[in-house]
Design a binder for this molecule. Sequence first.
Ligand code: PBG
Ligand code: ZN
Length: 320
Amino acid sequence: MYRFRRLRRDERIRSLMQETRLHPKDFIYPIFVIEGQNCKNPVESMPGIFQYSIDRLDEILEQVQAADIGGIMLFGIPDHKDPEGSQAYAKDGVTQRAVRYIKQNYPQIYIVVDVCLCEYTSHGHCGMVCGEEILNDETLPYLVKMAVSLVEAGADMAAPSDMMDGRVAAIREGLDQAGFIQTPIMAYSAKFASAYYGPFRDAAQSAPGFGDRKSYQMDCANGQEALREIRADIEEGADIVMVKPALAYLDVLKEAAMTFDMPLAVYNVSGEYAMVKAAAAKGWIDERKIVLENLTAMKRAGARIIITYHALDAARWMAD
Ligand code: PBG
Ligand code: ZN
């Protein structure tokens, strides 16, 4: 009989045997930025998450810095939305101003920007629209403009989440031409059309005004197609590839980890966060244990980077 239990006898040996260990630097913390002054609006479906105006960002940025979190992911929500999402690439757009503010006042914080038009378009889709169709190639120049404009403002990394074909190559070329050859791209490569994004669309006011996102985001039934999407993004020049959401797609993450010798990110999305928070508020689960177990599972499955709304709490729990 093999005695597995020899290596589980007490905390000291269990700790020595631990294969996967979380660190706050594994995490990227998403932050929602809105226009206006002195605003800190709670997102109802995401307890503990707020929309901040730029003048109120200090509070959260100081926590990110103190907790030694790996980076932040910025989502800007403009007051003015139009069919072309013009605030996404306006020099003085809310996201550009937020990036400049953070870069100037918190130069140590690594700033990732989500590159997608849905928070900026009046129709709420991630690309240009003609009738009911979401256009692909016509969208690419807008995404390029957005990425370049945010990197010019000081963003450290661009993360396209729109799921248009060819956007990684287009953004890579645009960044290179603008002189940003050293700015990495983290591609939302296998991004599924998921009901788990529900709470985010409240937070980012980005729900599509008609139809859904199924003509550009992936069918949750398709694991093989996910690998093809990831391969295409690698070939187009992505530096990091992502699987999103996390928990229901750990099989995809694991397979990607075994197939590609590339850094992988996973997005532990809003609906996953909301479910844990709701059950914890009811007293039905132990939030701290559940969160650390979930995050450990994501890292065990192959994620180098975990984008998570739990980042600050998890970092605190890991410290004590
Ligand atoms: C923008 C974007 C979305 C998320 C990240 N970037 C929403 C969507 O695709 O509808 C989801 C994040 C989350 O649910 O936490 N395209
Ligand atoms: Zn989008």
